[in-house]
Design a binder for this molecule. Structure first.
Ligand code: HEC
Length: 151
């Protein structure tokens, strides 16, 4: 009797957890919405760095943005589960047929963020501007191969 009750409670908890999980997944809209939101944040970090460059003042604020880009990139590259090529997405099939190439493109950006952080930390405005331009090229390189052009 007691055992049955315990099992019933565990069952209820598990069901509750599943409902909770589904609610979270729906609120976030799944991997496509998550990775788009991730890239919006990456674009925002890049804009913030552009603002710092244009202000021609201290560069150190860009260190934090470079760190943000790294964190976002680490999550982004894992947001392409099988089946998420279908839907409201510009992700090209090449991501799944050439996952190694996709990961290499992500790694290239990740390395650019490191250089961005170093340049930002150096206080050298020209170095930051150059590192920013190089970073932008790595974004574009991945987009050229793995993202559909805007309609
Ligand atoms: C490893 C590949 C890769 C790298 C590196 C990359 N992107 Fe992207 N980006 C993509 C893909 C793929 C999509 C399309 C995602 C989708 O529609 O599901 C995308 C979409 C976007 C979007 C549109 C998001 C939306 O709302 O639909 C923006 C903005 C963006 N990227 C900015 C950037 C910036 C800025 C960088 C560099 C700091 C960058 N990306 C680096 C692959 C990459």
């Amino acid at each position: 009797m007691r055992k049955t009750l315990v099992l019933a409670v565990i069952g209820a908890l598990a069901a509750g957890a599943m409902v909770g999980g589904a609610t979270i997944a729906m609120a976030q809209g799944g991997p496509i919405a998550e990775r788009k939101e991730n890239r919006k944040q990456a674009a925002a970090a890049m804009r913030a760095i552009k603002g710092i460059i244009d202000a021609k003042g201290p560069t150190v604020g860009a260190v934090e943005q470079a760190a943000k880009l790294k964190t976002l990139e680490a999550a982004f590259v894992k947001q392409f589960p099988a089946g998420s090529d279908k839907g409201d997405t510009k992700a090209l099939p090449a991501i799944w047929t050439d996952m190694a190439g996709f990961q290499a493109a992500s790694k290239a950006s990740d390395m650019a963020y490191d250089k961005l952080a170093v340049a930002a930390g150096s206080g050298d405005q020209a170095a930051l501007a150059a590192a920013f331009a190089d970073t932008g090229k790595t974004c574009g390189a991945c987009h050229d191969k793995f993202r559909a052009k805007a309609n």
